[in-house]
Design a protein around this ligand. Structure first.
Ligand SMILES: [Fe+2]
Length: 164
């Protein structure tokens, strides 16, 4: 297949797969630090299940478009490593900072799927377009929860902090 436009879009879908794989890792870690925040923890657990399913759906789309699975794994490892680096700088180990990173990440996902949606429209890839529309709604849910709850989560964090 020599169509450059199609190759671009395939690369972007592989990036989306890597993004979901990294999201699963990040969420698993974050859930483990959220025992004192039951509402947050429940949302994160729900979004973990969503992200695992999204990762599988993206993989199926890729296989359907003729990508072999070794290429998928390589991309996942590469982007996963970059995200790790970003978060390690951005995130000292505290719940408020972890929530900021999770909020930023959800919005990165939204922007990525908005972009892929435009690509899918342009190339007439109806399945990809429908998938993007659904995923955008799912990411918006966790982003909205974090947006609404970051102030109270931060307040609770400070209340529970030893004063000296
Ligand atoms: Fe996601």
């Amino acid at each position: 297949m020599t169509d450059k436009r199609r190759n671009d879009v395939l690369a972007w879908i592989r990036d989306a797969h890597a993004m979901e794989a990294a999201a699963v890792d990040n969420l698993e870690r974050l859930i483990g630090t959220a025992d004192d925040y039951p509402a947050l923890q429940a949302q994160l657990k729900a979004h973990l299940i969503v992200s695992m399913r999204q990762r599988e759906e993206v993989e199926k789309v890729l296989v359907g478009l003729g990508t072999d699975t070794s290429q998928i794994k390589d991309a996942a490892m590469r982007l996963g490593g970059q995200v790790e680096q970003l978060l390690s700088r951005f995130t000292p180990d505290s719940i408020p900072k972890n929530c900021l990173a999770a909020y930023a990440y959800a919005n990165l996902e939204i922007a990525s799927y908005r972009s892929l949606l435009g690509a899918a429209e342009e190339l007439g890839m109806a399945t990809v377009k429908t998938m993007c529309e659904r995923f955008i709604g799912e990411e918006q849910e966790i982003a909205d929860f974090l947006f609404d709850n970051i102030p109270s989560i931060t307040g609770q964090y400070l209340r529970q902090r030893p004063r000296a």
